[in-house]
Write a protein that binds this ligand. Structure first.
Ligand SMILES: Nc1ncnc2c1ncn2[C@@H]1O[C@H](COP(=O)(O)OP(=O)(O)OP(=O)(O)O)[C@@H](O)[C@H]1O
Length: 289
């Protein structure tokens, strides 16, 4: 696998606020990534720096092995955020024409299909559209640009559940036919779990956890049982969070469990339940590491 994007030791502060702290992050070619983090974790700052919108205080960004200069844009990339509401008086079709000029792999047939699919009237003025429909224009640009590196900042913000599902389904279908590197930042954590192949969790400008979604599914568990039994079971395991209740203990762990572990848990009368990505996120943030 080759590396599409590598951020090395990125640091960015706004006055006394450290938005990114020595962040290292790599994206492999043709993988869908999820970027999670609570408000103010540094997600938008990271995406803006990669997209050349703001400069990092220090650190490097390499795209396909080539180091980017300050505010230099990656080649063949697309950054989708809520900028379309600033197009105000322009019509949807005019905004797409502007986007098409910037993206060498732009597919007009596909863009028209997407306008139909997402029920967006190309002749409407952008200011006449609802907030959710304005977000959809960005998503149409992200899809139709077919850029080899696409960054989405909160692409489903303001979309109803039907349009969110439709967006993720369309993204996956198009990605299967036109593989590319995609980084999606979102607060709707459980919706990203079936879409992303690898997850980054940012907290206070640093990576708290990153792993393949498959590994996360096989490693995030919630245990409940007698306090001593849980303590003995988790002795050499990565415990994210634990809490006493009555005479028992609840523990969230991050560890791939073997058959022998499940057998031991049964013998110790410990219940094991898989944690959703959202629950894992909550325990990580609440419990630290
Ligand atoms: N232009 C700015 N001036 C001052 N502080 C800023 C600026 N932009 C971001 N910050 C601060 O930097 C930190 C990271 O912000 P950032 O917008 O990157 O977080 P985020 O993870 O995208 O948050 P959210 O999920 O709420 O959009 C926050 O503490 C924020 O207040």
């Amino acid at each position: 696998m080759s590396i599409a994007l590598a951020c090395g030791n990125l640091t960015k502060s706004y006055g006394t606020i450290a938005a990114l702290r020595n962040l290292d992050l790599q994206l492999e070619e043709n993988v869908i990534y999820g970027l999670l983090g609570r408000n103010g974790a540094g997600k938008t700052t990271l995406l803006n720096i990669i997209a050349g919108g703001i400069a990092a205080d220090s650190g490097t960004i390499q795209v396909n092995g080539k180091r980017l200069g300050k505010r230099e844009l990656p080649e063949n990339f697309c950054y989708v955020r809520d900028q379309y509401r600033h197009f105000g008086e322009a019509r949807v079709i005019e905004a797409l024409q502007v986007a098409a000029n910037f993206h060498p792999q732009w597919d007009w047939n596909y863009a028209r299909e997407l306008l139909d699919l997402f029920l967006v009237d190309p002749d409407k003025k952008i200011r006449q559209l609802s907030r959710g429909t304005q977000s959809l224009i960005g998503n149409i640009v992200g899809l139709a640009s077919r850029a080899s590196l696409t960054l989405y900042d909160e692409p489903v913000l303001g979309l109803d559940v039907l349009m969110r599902e439709r967006f993720y389904k369309t993204l996956l279908e198009d990605y299967a036919n036109h593989p590319r590197t995609i980084l999606l930042s979102t607060h709707l954590i459980d919706e990203i779990a079936p879409v992303a192949e690898h997850i980054f969790i940012l907290e206070s400008g640093s990576l708290l956890l990153q792993d393949d979604m498959e590994k996360i599914r096989m490693s995030a568990y919630l245990l409940r049982g007698n306090a001593e039994a849980v303590a003995s079971f988790t002795e050499s395991k990565r415990v994210l969070y634990h809490e006493a209740y009555g005479r028992g203990t609840l523990a969230a762990i991050y560890e791939q469990l073997a058959d022998t572990d499940f057998r031991q848990a049964r013998e110790l009368d410990i219940s094991i339940e898989a944690l959703s990505l959202q629950k894992l996120f909550l325990y990580l943030i609440e419990g630290g590491l």
